[in-house]
Write a protein that binds this ligand. Structure first.
Ligand code: PLP
Ligand code: TYF
Length: 400
């Protein structure tokens, strides 16, 4: 009966890790997946996470089912972390928050809500974007198209193209925006550009849909990284926001995140939340408790919260240091006169190198540097010790 099932293609990001594991060369470097590593290139569990887990053990907490919408204490702190605890939308009860299966699962919930309540509405996603966005909307049967975002000529934002494509979309479209640290380009709009993006979205009655996977990782400040979202909420717009704690708390495999819908009234928020629960129930019934408790403990406790911010600054700081070292190495070694400063301008975990598919293949085949074929490298997986080697690989690949 299963004879007719065809082979699925490997995932463009997770497939890279599989290929990396199979490589026997000592020089190999995995810059594919966006996961933080220490200078020794080892995975890192935050101290605040260990402290929160110890607290949970000491308290002898149980493993009873959570409600469909998740842990109440988590839902409260996650909305506050995103919007600011003093945000009027929270005090007016206009935010419908449900715990989701990290960023991906939260996006998927919202996609199902769009499919059900906005039939035919289109989602506009940036070109390029995180590869899984297309899969998520395809599987939820939500039509999508792309808006211009990255300009290879300037290695920067194609702001005019972006604005004109958002303007050109059918009224009432959903505009998917990366809250900060755009994946894969590392290029974010400036505060002034965000204002103009909000202007056209408002003019066209579109609905902004934020994907916030790196709060605290772009600027090092949780508040600053949420300023794009807060700007739209302050204008009184209805906004969707998916959140993830995979990167900023290093909780990748705990699958902890949230879907927030900022509504026009508390009455609407109650109804929207009821529908999100209805979507979640037959999909996975209720979300896992462990990560939710960790987040609630860390964000809800002033001491742990401050320690978290310090650890996040440490992680973001290490990435900035390797970014600088990579730039220095490339500038010193490359005799072609190429301007490498785009590496310093990009923010977050990634650098979008501009290497094309053939050049990215050369990086892997000849140099054992594993990366996605769109030319993205994860600086979170790079150490200072490996910068010179990586610079050699990039220069060789560029000029071949
Ligand atoms: N959105 C973006 C832009 C991402 O880069 C990621 C992770 O890399 C996610 C969402 C979701 O990740 P997770 O499902 O682990 O929260
Ligand atoms: O590196 C990235 O862009 C992500 C990483 O369930 C990732 O794709 C891996 C697994 C997953 C979600 C995100």
């Amino acid at each position: 009966r299963f004879e007719g099932v065809s082979m699925a293609p490997p995932d463009p990001i997770l497939g890279v890790s599989e290929a990396f594991r199979a490589d026997k060369c000592d020089l190999k470097l995995n810059l594919g997946v966006g996961a933080y590593r220490t200078e020794e290139l080892q995975p890192y569990v935050l101290n605040v996470v260990k402290k929160a887990e110890n607290l949970m053990l000491q308290r002898g907490e149980n493993k009873e089912y959570l409600p469909i919408e998740g842990l109440a204490a988590f839902n409260k702190v996650t909305a506050e972390l995103l919007l600011g605890a003093d945000n009027p939308a929270i005090h007016e009860g206009r935010v419908a928050t449900v715990q989701g299966l990290s960023g991906t699962g939260s996006l998927r919930l919202a996609a199902a809500l769009i499919e059900r309540y906005f039939p035919g509405a289109k989602v506009l996603i940036s070109s390029p974007t995180w590869g899984n966005h297309k899969n998520i909307f395809n599987d939820a049967r939500v039509p999508w198209s792309e808006y211009r975002y990255y300009d290879p000529k300037t290695v920067g934002l194609d702001f005019d193209g972006m604005i004109s494509d958002i303007k050109g979309a059918p009224e009432g479209s959903f505009i998917l925006l990366h809250g900060c640290a755009h994946n894969p380009t590392g290029i974010d709009p400036t505060p002034g550009q965000w204002e103009k993006i909000a202007d056209v979205i408002q003019e066209k009655n579109h609905i902004p849909f934020f994907d916030v996977a790196y709060q605290g990782f772009a600027s090092g400040s949780l508040d600053e990284d949420a300023s794009s979202v807060r700007l739209f909420v302050a204008r009184g717009m209805e906004v969707l926001v998916a959140q993830s704690y995979s990167k900023n708390l290093g909780l990748y495999s705990e699958r902890i995140g949230a879907m927030n819908v900022v509504c026009s009234s508390s009455d609407v928020a109650v109804r929207v939340k009821s529908q999100l629960k209805r979507i979640a129930r037959p999909m996975y019934s209720n979300p896992p408790i462990h990560g939710a408790k960790i987040v609630a403990n860390v964000v809800g406790d002033p001491t742990l919260f401050n320690e978290w911010k310090e650890e996040m600054e440490l992680m973001a700081g290490r990435i900035k240091t390797v970014r600088q070292k990579l730039f220095d190495s490339l500038s010193a070694k490359d005799k072609s006169g190429k301007d490498w400063s785009f590496i310093l301008k990009q923010i977050g975990m990634f650098s979008f190198t501009g290497l094309n598919k053939a050049q990215s293949d050369n990086m892997t085949d000849k140099w054992h540097v594993y990366m996605t074929k769109d030319g993205r490298i994860s600086l979170a997986g790079l150490s200072l010790a490996k910068c010179e080697y990586l610079a050699d690989a990039i220069i060789d690949s560029y000029h071949n």
